[in-house]
Design a protein around this ligand. Structure first.
Ligand code: SAM
Ligand code: DTB
Ligand code: SF4
Length: 319
């Protein structure tokens, strides 16, 4: 049977998939996965925080929000030459995508934005996929990023529209959707996903998956993060998520969005190798590698090459 790409998934259909017996859910996800992707291949991506801390938003999970005392120091925008050294190193270690994150509510025009454009041009020249996550954007900024060679923009919906207000109060869901639309209109591919383990319910996770699967076209890349609890944030003591919930969410995302790259993003350090293997079986085909995500630790490139070897899987060489 050939999976059809659909943009009209209903909550009932998604709930039905999400609640299938686990072996059946993983089997269905594998059918879709094998039709659209090579099951032994994983994309390695590298993150770099180009502007850390002091963010005016109040995202309850984030170490970089100025609203909480998290011990993350506020830093100025990095120098493009420093960023290029990191990108070259990432490429040498097998990454085919380089993602630069800034703790901004939105991009402002001026010196800093020009510097970001210079970073994008530099990374694009290394023939890597270049992704940025800089907060909200204007249409003309999106177009200038595209001209500079940006291939993807990350902007997450994070959770369901219903739960959103309990996590972030300084912007609304519609702001996020608006930015994603501008990115799409500029011809940049969309990277959009969410976080699990913030105290949301199954219905919230289903709600997030519904929002993502009704974006037309689907986001080319869907990062699924597990909360990394940060001391000092309101979610510092959130209850740990059952990894099988993560596996269910990944498998459901795979079935709903067959062509998308599903990225097992933050929180991987807390997973056993068996849980990571289950995530791959459920249809994840990308990870962040390198010792740091933006501000929190992550498995290093060496450990990840080791892991893939043990699983008999390989990193893709060209994006
Ligand atoms: N400031 C920009 C924004 O929010 O769009 C870009 C950077 S922000 C850190 C990118 C994404 O990382 C967030 O939307 C969230 O999904 C994820 N993230 C941030 N902190 C996290 C944490 N502690 N655990 C898991 N995911 C996290
Ligand atoms: C995404 O969904 N996850 C990445 C990337 N997009 C920018 C960020 C994860 C951040 C984890 C927390 C930290 O390191 O500060
Ligand atoms: Fe700022 Fe992004 Fe952190 Fe929210 S997630 S506080 S917008 S850096």
């Amino acid at each position: 049977m050939t999976a059809r790409i659909r943009y009209d998934w209903t909550r009932d259909e998604i709930r039905h998939i999400y609640r299938l017996p686990l072996p059946e859910l993983i089997f269905q996800a594998q059918l879709v996965h094998r039709e659209f992707h090579r099951p032994d291949e994983v994309q390695l991506c590298r993150l770099l925080s180009i502007k850390t801390g002091g963010c005016p938003e109040d995202c309850a999970y984030c170490s970089q929000s100025a609203h909480y005392q998290t011990g993350v120091a506020r830093e100025a925008l990095l120098d493009p030459s420093h960023v290029l050294v990191a990108a070259r190193r990432a490429k040498a270690e097998g990454a085919t995508r380089f993602c630069m994150g800034a703790a901004w509510r939105q991009v402002s025009d001026g010196k800093d934005f020009e510097r970001v454009l210079e970073m994008v041009r530099g990374v694009a020249a290394l023939e890597m996929e270049v992704c940025c996550t800089l907060g909200m954007l204007s249409q003309s900024q999106a177009e200038r990023l595209k001209e500079a060679g940006l291939t993807a923009y990350n902007h997450n919906l994070d959770t369901s529209p219903e739960f959103y207000g309990q996590i972030i109060t300084t912007r609304v869901y519609q702001d996020r959707l608006g930015t994603i639309e501008k990115v799409r209109k500029a011809g940049i591919s969309v990277c959009c996903g969410g976080i699990l383990g913030m105290g949301e319910s199954d219905e919230d996770r289903i709600g997030l998956l519904k929002q993502l699967s009704r974006l037309d076209p689907h986001p080319e890349s869907v990062p699924i993060n597990m909360l990394v609890p940060n001391p000092g944030t309101p979610l510092a003591n959130a209850e740990e998520l059952d990894p099988l919930v993560l596996v269910r969410a990944i498998a459901t995302a795979r079935i709903l969005m067959p062509r998308s790259r599903v990225r097992l993003a933050a929180g991987r350090r807390g997973l056993s190798p068996e849980a990571v293997a289950l995530c791959f079986l459920a249809g994840a085909n990308s990870i962040f590698t390198g010792e740091k995500l933006l501000t929190t630790p992550n498995p290093g490139a060496g450990a990840d090459h080791h892991m893939l070897e043990a699983f008999g899987m390989k990193a893709i060489v060209r994006a």
